[in-house]
Ligand binder design. Structure first.
Ligand code: FES
Ligand SMILES: [Fe+2]
Length: 362
């Protein structure tokens, strides 16, 4: 049997001759633990938008690589992120997003932490010898807010400036994202490995075959895909009626390893692709719009949401089919199209490097 991380499967490849990742990187039961430690615990993870954390005590709960996290606006000027695991007996502190908490109270026995993560009170522990709440604090992880988006990093992750270098300049002041407001979230459970979903996102090669509706809005011949150090982006001129996006540009950013920013005129939609087992993932779509309560703006939003859902259904169907193909035993790896799949190659190179680094550290 081929070993999971054979030297040839991890060797860097030139785009012109590149093969995909081998099928076992999408199907082997050892892959989720490897992805958690080699990729998710060592990268910047999108967790939300500052509009969800506008007031002191507003908080968002999430999980990264199996670690529950709590992101909270701890003061007017600071957002902090803590392990959402109580220091008493590992209960959850917050079980859902919330607003305006004055402190963080564990659901199990009521130990209560300040918004700075320090234990403030523990019921009926007053007579326990050598017990000093001030010595007990929730472990903290790094937070960065950029373009209104909130990211956290558990362990070693690239310097944040290099992670997003060049995006601000490409967006320009007209396209700044931090003026948008969170509108709603839609989640999709997809029966494929998270990397199948990412691969599919990273190329427009499938658009004419899989998305006839989207293809009629984009100009496939002008569709361009570029790669940077930690991200890639795709863009195309976009023409649609004034009742949808109008005309402008579609800009799709992929931020390694699992975040996507889909920027169309008047809206931002983010995607997070969250592993849920070797052949499952959950994709969260968060919709953001510039504040506008006019009926025509509401109608455009409704149309955007419906159109996005149609495109997503098309992507889910093909991703689930691909997962079956990868698991069939019929397929090992295939040749990438250097013209249209350079961002897939770029992602695969980052995965190979992450796996190589994990061997070096083993
Ligand atoms: S586990 Fe949190 S108070 Fe007991
Ligand atoms: Fe697609």
């Amino acid at each position: 049997m081929v070993e999971l991380l054979s030297p040839d499967s991890l060797a860097a490849q030139q785009l012109d001759h590149a093969l995909t990742l081998p099928a076992r990187f999408y199907t082997d039961p050892r892959i989720p633990a490897l992805d958690a430690s080699a990729i998710f615990a060592r990268s910047w993870q999108l967790v939300g938008h500052q509009s969800q954390l506008s007031g002191v005590g507003d908080h968002v709960v999430t999980q990264i690589a199996g670690l529950p996290l709590l992101v909270v606006r701890s003061t007017e000027t600071s957002i902090r992120a803590f392990h959402n695991v109580c220091r008493h007996r590992a209960g959850p502190i917050a079980s859902c997003d919330g607003r305006g908490a004055q402190n963080l109270r564990c659901r199990y026995h009521g130990w209560t932490y300040g918004l700075d993560g320090v234990l403030r009170g523990a019921p009926e522990m007053g007579r326990a010898p050598d017990f000093n709440p001030a010595d007990i604090r929730l472990p903290e992880v790094r937070v960065q807010v950029w373009q209104g988006l909130v990211f956290v990093a558990l362990g070693e992750a690239p310097p944040f400036e290099s992670f997003v270098a060049g995006i601000d300049a490409r967006l320009g002041p007209q396209r700044a994202l931090d003026g948008y407001e969170f509108h709603h979230r839609v989640s999709y459970d997809v029966a494929c490995n998270w990397k199948v979903y990412v691969d599919n996102y990273l190329e427009g090669y499938h658009v004419p075959c899989i998305h006839p509706g989207l293809n009629s809005l984009l100009d496939y011949r002008s569709y361009i895909t570029e790669t940077a150090q930690w991200y890639s982006f795709q863009y195309s001129p976009l023409e649609s009626g004034d009742d949808l996006y109008g005309s402008g540009e579609a800009l799709y950013y992929f931020l390694y390893p699992n975040a996507m920013l889909n920027i169309l005129p008047g809206r931002l939609q983010t995607n997070r692709v969250l592993p849920a087992g070797v052949d499952r993932c959950r994709v969260e779509f968060d919709f953001y719009y510039a504040p506008d309560s006019r009926p025509e703006a509401q109608a455009r939003r409704a149309k955007d949401i419906q159109f996005s859902d149609e495109v997503q259904d098309e992507d889910v169907t093909i991703c689930e089919d691909v997962q079956r193909g990868l698991a069939s035993g019929s397929y090992e790896a295939g040749r990438l199209n250097p013209l249209r799949e350079n961002a897939v190659h770029h992602f695969h190179e980052m995965v190979r490097r992450a796996y190589r680094n994990s061997l070096d550290q083993a």
